[in-house]
Design a protein. Structure first.
Length: 214
């Protein structure tokens, strides 16, 4: 949910995709709303499920330390500063879709459509400035580089001597949306190109030094 209490993304998407939507459309602020039943199920999965530590530990921290709790949706809205009418309308619409197994708003899969009907209710802060654990986000291409050598370009568009960049710090095949697994291709291709160019600079400098010595 955003600050007003409206959904803006499919909650089951890859974490970085959620972070991207949050930062691009909601100024980096969002809440994850859960009810008592879901919190209990989630904590059980964190403790007894087959999750990696990097998944279970942040999830437990968020549910235990990064949450707001209230007995009703109206009270929860007051605690997080959202519009009570908007939050309640959003949850009611979501619950209707969850009970029917269809998310017309964002296409969330039926298996992940869990209605929020059992208080108390919880709001977990997943904002980019959360002090507990912010929602992850990634860049899709970072520094501007020369596409033939991966030399980093200055603000004026000229190569910076001796500076090269590769991987997600410089480029991305999925430039407008993240597709899991493509980072490997980015790293191999751009890393090889940058390494070859950097090695060429080193060899050229070494040859120049030898010439001056002679």
């Amino acid at each position: 949910m955003d600050r007003r209490g409206e959904r803006f993304c499919n909650e089951e998407v890859y974490g970085a995709a959620l972070g991207h939507a949050m930062c691009e459309t909601r100024e980096g602020h969002a809440w994850l709303i859960l009810d008592a039943r879901l919190v209990k199920l989630a904590l059980r999965e964190c403790l007894r499920g087959k999750l990696w530590a990097f998944q279970s530990v942040p999830a437990m921290l968020l549910m235990l330390a990064g949450r707001k709790r209230a007995g009703s949706l109206a009270d929860l809205a007051a605690r997080i500063g959202s519009d009570p009418a908007v939050l309640e309308r959003t949850i009611n619409a979501y619950n209707l879709g969850a009970l029917n197994g269809i998310d017309r708003a964002f296409g969330k899969s039926a298996a992940m459509l869990q209605p929020l009907m059992y208080g108390p209710y919880y709001a977990i802060d997943i904002s980019s400035d959360s002090r507990v654990f912010p929602c992850p986000s990634i860049t899709l291409g970072g520094l501007r580089v020369d596409e033939t050598s991966n030399a980093v370009l200055s603000a004026q568009g000229r190569p910076i001597e001796g500076l090269f960049a590769a991987g997600r710090a410089a480029c991305g095949l999925a430039s407008n949306h993240y597709v899991s697994g493509l980072s490997l291709a980015d790293c191999i291709w751009s890393g090889r190109q940058a390494g070859r160019a950097a090695a060429g600079v080193v060899l050229a400098n070494a040859a120049h030094s030898l010439t001056e010595t002679d």
